[in-house]
Design a protein around this ligand. Structure first.
Ligand code: 5GP
Ligand code: ZN
Length: 136
């Protein structure tokens, strides 16, 4: 079975990684709705949250708890939206559990429209985030 996020986790498809531990990886969304839009992904393949283990769901939220403040700070945002699209009816395109962290800045309208930054722009944002996470 081919799965885009399993291929990214395996290193077969490149990504702008910002965080990794034994059970979770986080990388920038290729079509961010805001600068720093990050996908937090359990490494174990499961189509959705409850198809995976409760332990993986807890580790996913634990990673969000640790890295969301650093992502927010790195991109100069003031807060963030968390989002999970569960099922095609909810807009899930990639059938491997993932949680979106979408940084938000006061005074900037909240958009859910994808943008198309260059590889260089994404790489520069990822570096800022990794540096901020490293300060924790
Ligand atoms: P979903 O709609 O399933 O909740 O979100 C899937 C997300 O994956 C989308 O926001 C989309 O932009 C992102 N995405 C799709 N393909 C790739 C890819 O190859 N690399 C990265 N980093 N993100 C991707
Ligand atoms: Zn997968």
């Amino acid at each position: 079975m081919s799965c885009l996020f399993c291929s990214i986790i395996a290193g077969e498809i490149p990504c702008c990684k910002v965080y990794e531990d034994e059970s979770v990886i986080a990388f920038l969304d290729i079509g961010p709705v805001s600068i720093g839009h990050t996908l937090v992904v359990p490494k174990a393949h499961a189509e959705n949250l409850e198809a995976g283990s409760l332990a993986d769901a807890e580790r996913l939220m634990s990673a969000v708890y640790s890295i969301a403040p650093s992502i927010t700070k790195a991109v100069g945002a003031d807060g963030y939206n968390l989002g999970m699209n569960h099922g095609e009816c909810a807009g899930q395109d990639v059938m491997h559990t993932h949680l979106h962290i979408m940084p938000r800045t006061s005074g900037v309208p909240r958009s859910f429209t994808k943008t198309h930054p260059s590889k260089e722009e994404l790489a520069a944002t990822a570096e800022k985030i990794r540096n901020e996470i490293a300060k924790r």
